[in-house]
Design a protein around this ligand. Structure first.
Ligand SMILES: Cc1cc2nc3c(=O)[nH]c(=O)nc-3n(C[C@H](O)[C@H](O)[C@H](O)COP(=O)(O)OP(=O)(O)OC[C@H]3O[C@@H](n4cnc5c(N)ncnc54)[C@H](O)[C@@H]3O)c2cc1C
Length: 362
């Protein structure tokens, strides 16, 4: 009979109870930050400046959300308001492009020698204040364990799109993310939504030869549409270059059509592609899984506003997730300051920096 050999820890399925891997020098930290968005980076930088060892883990690449924004996107914020770690961000024009922002955050990560583990998905956080265990899986489904005294959760909101919950939403032709216009030249495209993402996608697609129908449940484009985009979209609608149905909803998406409910009755349109740009929300299940309580209506994590420590001692929340479902309240401009608040509290709690002794791995 073949002799049984124990599986290497990395190959043990995460669903099975298993021994934890021993802590390695590169797998423990004073502070482990979940999410390498602008906020997570700012938290790691400020923790490092205060003398703590920080590790940042992201399931995608550095600033994964920004990477996935529309290819030719221009920020509504001027560059100095996107700065982290007091590193200047200068751009050729008044507003940074997505490409310039990617370049900036890469340079900042290099400048501070941040310990960033890309393409590792944080699955579980267990343990207690000053002795947390964090388990991740990488792209090859290998499991990694980390130990940390404190945790910062800065997981953003862009990974989970608000669903329409209508038949056909799962068809390949439907997307909740818009990247670029070229594939949609000379096709019939429906854009659902009335805020910036929908307005900008509709204009970009129209300018590159797609036939656009915009469907929005509100009576007009939303007030938050960028002041320079709003007249552009409204003029295109007024002139009939973009067809818009307000006070309307998409009821069903078929292979080559969409069915709408409009104030003048049901409407069936020939259709090739649908962009449902109706917003995104934080991963509430992940927050709950680590014990963080959410407010009943707006799903805001329970936390101390002074230092952002959640109801779970030693676990902090940072960035847009602090606003729960009100994702337009916190963005890079204001979320980037969360790092300083948390670092100040870490110093109080851990007694200043240079606590970089490996944790006991028992
Ligand atoms: C099209 C668009 C344009 C915008 N323009 C602006 C602007 O001009 N100015 C502005 O201030 N804001 C803007 N925003 C909003 C801003 O980008 C977000 O508010 C900001 O990215 C939030 O930062 P964050 O660090 O909290 O989250 P994110 O940037 O979303 O970062 C969260 C990170 O966590 C990672 N993650 C999530 N779950 C896990 C997990 N379990 N394990 C490991 N990693 C995980 C994600 O991969 C991601 O990299 C814009 C948003 C959009 C959609």
């Amino acid at each position: 009979m073949k002799a049984l050999t124990p599986l290497p820890v990395e190959q043990i399925p995460e669903t099975l109870a298993r021994a934890q891997a021993l802590a390695r020098p590169d797998s423990w930290a004073d502070v482990l930050v979940v999410g390498a968005g602008p906020t997570g980076m700012a938290c790691a930088i400020e923790a490092q400046k205060a003398g703590f060892k920080a590790i940042v883990i992201d399931k995608g690449c550095l600033v994964n959300s920004i990477y996935h924004y529309p290819t030719n996107m221009v920020f509504f914020t001027t560059p100095e308001l996107l700065e982290i770690g007091d590193i200047p961000f200068t751009t050729a024009l008044a507003k940074p492009t997505r490409l310039e922002a990617l370049e900036y955050y890469r340079r900042v990560a290099e400048h501070f020698h941040l310990h960033i583990r890309q393409y590792e998905w944080v699955k579980t956080i267990t343990g207690e204040d000053r002795n947390f265990r964090v388990t991740t899986t990488n792209r090859h489904d290998a499991i990694h364990d980390y130990r940390a005294r404190k945790i910062v959760v800065a997981t953003g909101y862009y990974d989970l799109a608000n669903q329409l919950e209508i038949p056909g939403e799962d068809l390949d032709k439907v997307s909740h993310y818009y990247r670029e216009p070229h594939p949609y030249f000379d096709t019939d495209v429906v854009v659902i939504g009335g805020k910036n993402s929908a307005a900008e996608a509709a204009l970009d697609l129209w300018r590159h030869g797609a036939r656009i129908t915009l469907v929005h449940r509100g009576a007009q484009m939303h007030d938050h549409v960028k002041y320079w985009v709003r007249p552009d979209i409204e003029n295109r609608i007024r002139s009939g270059e973009i067809t818009a149905h307000f006070n309307s909803t998409v009821q069903e998406i078929g292979a080559d059509y969409v069915a709408l409910r409009t104030p003048s009755g049901p409407l069936r349109l020939k259709n090739d592609f649908v962009f449902a740009l109706t917003g995104y929300h934080p991963d509430y299940d992940f927050l709950r899984s680590v014990g963080i309580e959410l407010s009943p209506e707006q799903m805001r994590p329970v936390c101390d506003p002074e230092n952002l420590e959640s109801n779970v001692p030693g676990i902090y929340v940072a960035g847009v997730i602090v606003a729960g479902s009100r994702t337009n309240e916190i963005f890079i401009e204001n979320g980037r300051f969360h790092g300083k608040l948390i670092a100040a509290h870490l110093s109080e709690q851990l007694g200043g920096g240079n606590q970089n002794l490996p944790l006991d791995a028992t």
